[in-house]
Design a binder for this molecule. Structure first.
Ligand code: SF4
Length: 294
């Protein structure tokens, strides 16, 4: 079995900036709290926990006057207001791609333009976007869809001007299909750069697709997507490989390889989510290469 590491890999710019800011804050020796997981990778979270970071699910768990870090996924304005009201010092690591989407949603809200968010309703990034709209726009002006089948059920009239923004880590095919359905139903649909996934997501999916297509003629292709169990962009990498006809596995680290059956695979591409440490990818590669020559 031929094993190839797909480019790009390693932390994306947003994850790297968030972790750097967290490490910088912790370097002064004070206590720092983080609202939810800083990124969806258990190794990163545990590494920061070992340096003294405390992870909480609510601002109520942070003592008055404490320092709170908001993750790369962003937060709704009501969370910022609550942090201010409690006198918390905020370290904001919201990724610039997510900030862009928040700005666009706010513009739509202030215009009174209804918005469709393409994304997973339970994801922190989507919750932040919905909260942004609800702060400045009507309560019934925003809806979340994650499948083409959701589009006919949207309550906005077909003739209305509708804005669309998306979660940054969606699969290109899924997003493309939903945007097509929205365009068909809403001739006045407004698309902007906030209707696109981020560069890191696009580049990784493109690399998976190129690898699968380049090797499909030479035998059976597999793709190993390495990343945290809750990492949306890692899940989409595995889906992208499968949608192009490859066999795909999604694993957290080298220990998960024991349960994978690679029989019949001729070419294996290894990719990783945007929050997967390089050390985990290297460990997976080493183990896979050992298996492939055994
Ligand atoms: S995956 Fe994209 S949106 Fe998320 S932190 Fe990385 S660059 Fe930013």
């Amino acid at each position: 079995m031929r094993v190839e590491v797909l480019e790009p890999h390693g932390f994306c710019s947003g994850v790297k900036a968030a972790i750097d800011k967290a490490c910088h804050a912790l370097s002064f020796g004070g206590r720092v709290w983080c609202l939810h997981e800083i990124v969806h990778n258990a190794m990163v979270v545990e590494g920061l926990r070992a340096k003294g970071m405390r992870f909480v699910e609510s601002l109520d768990e942070v003592p008055a006057g404490g320092t709170i870090l908001f993750s790369a996924h962003g937060v709704p304005p009501c969370t910022r207001a609550k942090a201010d009201a409690r006198g918390l010092t905020v370290i904001d690591t919201t990724c610039p791609f997510v900030v862009r989407a928040h700005r666009q949603v706010r513009t739509y809200a202030e215009q009174g333009t209804p918005v469709v968010v393409v994304g997973h309703v339970e994801h922190a990034e989507v919750a932040g976007l919905v909260g942004e709209y609800l702060e400045f726009g009507p309560a019934d002006g925003i809806k979340v869809v994650d499948a083409v089948a959701d589009v006919p059920a949207l309550p906005f009239p077909d003739c209305e001007r509708i804005g669309v923004v998306c979660q940054t880590t969606l699969a290109a095919d899924t997003l493309g299909g939903i945007l097509s359905a929205l365009r068909s139903r809403y001739p006045r649909l407004v698309e902007t750069s906030a209707s696109e996934t981020c560069t890191a997501t696009r580049d990784r999916q493109r690399a998976v697709r190129s690898f699968v297509r380049a090797h499909a003629q030479r035998g059976k292709v597999g793709v190993m997507a390495v990343g945290g169990a809750h990492s949306s962009n890692t899940a989409r990498l595995a889906e992208t490989a499968e949608s192009d006809g490859a066999r795909a596995w999604r694993i957290s680290g080298p220990d998960d390889l024991a349960s994978c059956d690679f029989s019949g695979i001729d070419s294996m591409g290894i990719t990783s989510g945007a929050s997967t440490p390089e050390s985990v990818l290297a460990a997976v590669c080493g183990r896979l290469r050992a298996i492939s020559v055994a």
